[in-house]
Design a protein around this ligand. Structure first.
Ligand SMILES: *Cc1c(COP(=O)(O)O)cnc(C)c1O
Length: 421
């Protein structure tokens, strides 16, 4: 006879002190530090609860209301809610909310729309593109022939003539716009025109700007792209995972099959519920205010850094993220370590035409997403900019790091996050 152990259905984290102490350590790290990593954000308690729910127990495959397994009544309602909210938020005809990640969303779209060996024209990772757009170390990099565009040396922005020339020379089946370290607005209509000239699909990956695009603070890719992918945990301020969005019904079965069974198995229903929750939040007026603040805060941070004598790649930002060129000051790895010691979480990053290697690059990538989510305004972001400048100019000055750490702690204490888990 088996009976579940005492506490199995009741004890939470306290049942595993070793794990609990690490999770609580991470909670305290988020509470006490300034998060500037662009691929992160702070979700609402609602999203946390949806993701940490009984939904992890339920297995479903296929689309809502067409499942292979039974018992899917609530699963169907949850997924249909997420789909309906995604379509409403982005004003599109169709949505697949199942991708476990942004990379899976892209891989599924490639699989659904392309044949093995087809040519994809995408942004070079060294210029700000994402690895899931066919980096040689990934499956997509192996399965398709990848051609790369970069940015112009003078402006450090996308050079549409280069994109057009490469498109005509290589006749890609798909062109990908969007990246992970590209701070400027992208002219999606120019990409559409080039895709039409060569008969290619246009995929826009708006992972870093989805929230801004949904609220009118960044160009909207949906009128131009055949397919749009995004993550849901960066500027959408929500659950971990990805989305695929499109308007042409003729693509639906190919995209859906590309995701499942193409690159994934059963649905992570708890993550889908988290997506439904964040998409519901994103449909409220508050989310437009949040995104307006993300943009204003990023500009305040960028201007402060420039006043402190640091150079921003391309001269500024049109979204929540920016790339700081540290050349002549220090290197990205050294700066990121020192900033972390001061309670400022950032990531080192290559800058376009970086003469330095990825492990010790010339740049830092910063974002206002998470700080804005906890309530920091332009005043706080100017303070943060001043602290960053001080630390990167003297990354081994322990007294300066300790003073910055104190200032960060004071700032964070004024903007509390979740109660202790
Ligand atoms: C973050 C990001 C992704 C990938 O997200 P994962 O969830 O880590 O797979 C894909 N595309 C772009 C442009 C991104 O910035």
């Amino acid at each position: 006879m088996y009976a579940p152990p005492n506490g199995f259905f009741h004890d939470g984290l306290d049942g595993d002190p070793e794990l609990a102490s690490a999770i609580r350590g991470e909670w305290a790290r988020q509470r006490d530090g300034v998060e500037l990593i662009a691929s992160e954000n702070l979700v609402s308690r609602l999203v946390l609860e949806a993701q940490g729910s009984v939904l992890t127990n339920k297995t479903v495959e296929g689309a809502a209301y067409a499942r292979y397994y039974g018992g899917a009544e609530f699963a169907d309602r949850i997924e249909a809610l997420a789909v309906e909210r995604a379509k409403r938020l982005f004003g599109c005809g169709f949505a697949n909310v199942q991708p476990h990640s942004g990379s899976n969303a892209n891989a599924g779209v490639f699989l659904g729309l392309l044949a093995l060996g087809d040519v994809i024209l995408a942004m070079d990772t060294a210029a700000g593109g994402h690895i899931s757009h066919g980096h040689p170390a990934t499956l997509t990099g192996r399965d398709y022939r990848i051609v790369r565009y970069g940015v112009s040396r003078e402006t450090e922005t996308i050079d549409r003539d280069e994109v057009r020339d490469l498109a005509h020379a290589h006749r890609p089946k798909m062109i990908v716009a969007g990246g992970s370290a590209y701070p400027r607005a992208i002219d999606f209509s120019a990409f559409r025109a080039i895709a039409d000239e060569v008969g290619a699909w246009l995929l826009v990956d708006m992972a870093h700007v989805a929230g801004l695009a949904a609220t009118g603070h960044y160009p909207d890719p949906l009128p131009h792209a055949d397919v749009v992918t995004t993550t849901t945990y960066k500027s959408l301020r929500g659950a971990r995972g990805g989305l695929v969005l499109w308007n042409d019904e003729a693509l639906s079965s190919r995209i859906d099959a590309g995701i499942f069974p193409g690159v994934q198995g059963s649905v992570m229903l708890h993550a889908v519920a988290g997506k439904a929750a964040c998409l519901g939040e994103a449909l409220k007026p508050e989310f437009a205010d949040y995104n307006a603040a993300v943009l204003a805060n990023a500009r305040a941070l960028g201007e402060t850094l420039q006043k402190e004598g640091l150079r921003l790649v391309s001269g500024g930002t049109d979204c929540g993220l920016m790339l700081v060129d540290l050349s002549g000051t220090t290197t990205g790895d050294v700066a990121a370590k020192a900033l972390e010691a001061a309670g400022l979480a950032v990531n080192k990053n290559l800058i376009p035409f970086d003469p330095r290697p990825p492990e010790a690059p010339s740049g830092l990538r910063l974002s206002s997403n998470a700080g804005t989510a906890r309530g920091f305004g332009e005043v706080e972001f100017r303070t943060i900019g001043g602290l960053i400048a001080t630390v990167v100019r003297a990354p081994s000055d322990q007294r300066a790091l300790a003073a910055a750490r104190d200032a960060v702690s004071d700032l964070c204490a004024r903007f509390p996050i979740y109660p202790r888990p």
